[in-house]
Write a protein that binds this ligand. Structure first.
Ligand SMILES: [Zn+2]
Length: 99
């Protein structure tokens, strides 16, 4: 099942907005085949609508990644440090937890 073009035929090397938007996230992830990726890129260079859509996705993705990885690193690092110090007995048991 590898029939690709089931929709309307498009002009040589042109991709319609709808098709571009279907691929946009994959394109941003750089997971598209080169041939498809090239079509998306050339469409974006001429179509401000799709281009701004792409920019939105890119910014969103970058923001999410930055946030998530920064969080993860800090949390993981702290947990590891805490675990290590606990193991070495550097952290005394909490005091004053009884009445
Ligand atoms: Zn477009």
């Amino acid at each position: 099942m590898s029939e690709s073009c089931s929709g309307e035929p498009h002009e040589h090397g042109m991709m319609g907005c709808e098709e571009v938007l279907v691929h946009i996230q994959t394109w941003i992830d750089q997971q598209l085949e080169d041939s498809v990726s090239g079509l998306v890129s050339s469409h974006l260079s001429r179509c401000p609508v799709c281009d701004s859509e792409a920019q939105t996705f890119i910014r969103l993705k970058a923001a999410l990644q930055r946030q998530r990885s920064a969080c993860d690193e800090i949390v993981v690092e702290r947990l590891q440090m805490f675990g290590m110090r606990l193991c070495r007995g550097e952290i005394p048991p909490p005091a004053g937890t009884s009445d």
